[in-house]
Design a protein around this ligand. Sequence first.
Ligand SMILES: [Zn+2]
Length: 383
Amino acid sequence: MSAPTSPSTGGSPAVQAPSESVLRALPKVSLHDHLDGALRPQTIIELGGAAGLELPTTDADELGAWFLGQSTTGSLVDYLRSFDITTAVMRDAAGLERVAREYVLDVAADGVVHGEVRWAPEQSATAGLSLDGAVEAVLAGLEAGAAQVRAAGGSTTVTLLLCAMRQGDRSDEIAELALRHRDRGVVGFDIAGPEKGFPPSAHRAAFERLAAAHLPITVHAGEADDLPSIASALLDGRALRLGHGVRLALDITEVDGRPVLGPLATWVRDRGIALELSPTSNLHTGAFAHWGHRMTDHPFDLLHRSGMAVTVNTDNRLMSATTLTADLAALVEAFGYGLAELEEFQLNAARAAFLPAPARADLAETVRTGFAVARDSASGADG
Ligand SMILES: [Zn+2]
């Protein structure tokens, strides 16, 4: 086995690159993943066929490749067209429940011990399915998936964040919906959709309602827009985490190789506001195009070296043809990270999860234990 090349900008020198099977077995915490971006191609074919939906192909492998192709054309229209297909098969209770159940099975197989999945109920509610009915179906699917994982001897928990669409006008209604289901698995709120031109300030009523009821908020910001959008997520959105937050790096300059933070970046670092970075998705959507178009250009390492609570996420497993294991592998390859850094990222995520503090501490302990096992077997293999 060969050691990875360690770039001068970061990572531990001379660490052995963890193999894919080692990465998959590591206990992982997933904070930013969209349910409508995570369907199995075969499920789309089966549910779409039953609904009379016209698909680009009815071969599962080809359909998976088609979604990836749509994500990498550089056209937002192509990218959004792929969500038209996934949301079209998530408009009845049975479809929603199946998609949510399979989601839990898939992330459990990827080594996720705790996940938060997000979804916009307003895209699933129809004449025949109320917003509450849609949420109940997804929660039932998540519960069924977790039970199936337990029955197979595994353990994973997945909670739900409700998104309101930023270009829509239903955020206050979705905030109320989240509060109605908060004791049954809904743990937080987000706004999703086009970031540019649809600032968090347009949804202030929803954010104030949630803040008054103490429901945690994360906001997509700094993915498709710059620093003012991040500031608005924190001030108007009262965000406790940032959905991506990639472009916070615009507030960081490097002087003699050392990061120098501006006031917004300093605030985010000092408050421990986690960044829900999604390396592969960020590459595909051009979130860090300011810095370049290769994974090594991602400001992930700069943000990490700046002391930010960086976390690693998949965002849209189907559209980006990724898994949390694959995203960790991409970071290992780009920045030469070893187990120590990967553990730190998982602990950042465990600490930022929308869970009660004692549960977050338990989750962090699960992460530490799993990484200790991985380190032991790595050193055993060396000896
Ligand atoms: Zn997202």
